[in-house]
Structure formats: structure tokens, C-alpha cells
Design a protein. Sequence first.
Length: 165
Amino acid sequence: MSETVVLETNKGNIEIELNRAKAPATVDNFVKYVKEGFFDGTIFHRVIPDFMIQGGGFTTNGVEKKTRQSIRLEAKNGLKNTKGTIAMARTNDPDSATSQFFINLIDNHFLNASPSNQGYAVFGKVTAGAEVVDAIAKVRTGPHPPHSDWPREDIVITRATMKAA
């Protein structure tokens, strides 16, 4: 049984098929945030063309939302940071991911786990709405300290839901 999340944004909908078999703890964490409505009203706060778009942590007024405890990194699950995949954002601490995620705009092999790199945990892929992801990637950005790639227009996740099977 596949699990799909629909991110309804002010640019259109993005459907993401989750891979619980390869990233069970990460998918469980993400689904909990979806089901509690955490992502509703958050924004894509980091947009870097030819790299990725990141969201899931800030409101439109730039306030970072309080999250649950961080999760264990599942980057060594065989899934790669290729175009259209979704992965968890984190700090330099490998086990620091909470709610923030990013969608890869290109194949970002340097984000994959390797003997010298902890990597970033991929847990699904965009199955519909790639044109919405591309539209978000084209918005103008600028500084919003401490961030340097903050969209000049709010890209809002109005609602995140589980798609009925």
C-alpha cells in the first residue's frame, strides 16, 4: 500500500509518494506532522535554483515553528537524492531532522550517504505537480537573515493531507 501526501500550495498541488519500506522512521515522522496539521500555513523558505526548495518550518511572518524531538538519520537506506525526491533537512548533526524537508531540483549526488558523508535521508518522490516544484524554483529570492535564499513572495503550503488510497 503506497502512502501519498498532497501539499496544497498557492502555486498548485504537489503529490509525494512516501517510501516507508526504505525510510520507516522518517516517513512516520513526516506523516505525524501532516496529520496534526503542522505544515498548514508554513512556507517554502529556501529556494535555490538548480539545487532544491526547502520548507516545513517557518510561517509567512518568518517565525520558526516549534517541532517535536529530532529523529535518527536514515540516509543509508539506498534511496538517492535525485531530481524530484524529497529528503529531510538537518543541521550538521546527522540526527537533527525534525519537520523541515527539501525537494531536489536536480540530481544532488553530494547529498547521498557515503563512507565520508552522513548524507541526507530521502524518503519519497514527487509523483504529480513537478511543474509546481519548477514554478517555485523560479521565484525571486533575497536575504532574510540568517537566510540568503528567502523567496520575495510567500510560497505557502496552505494544507498538507494524506491522499486517500
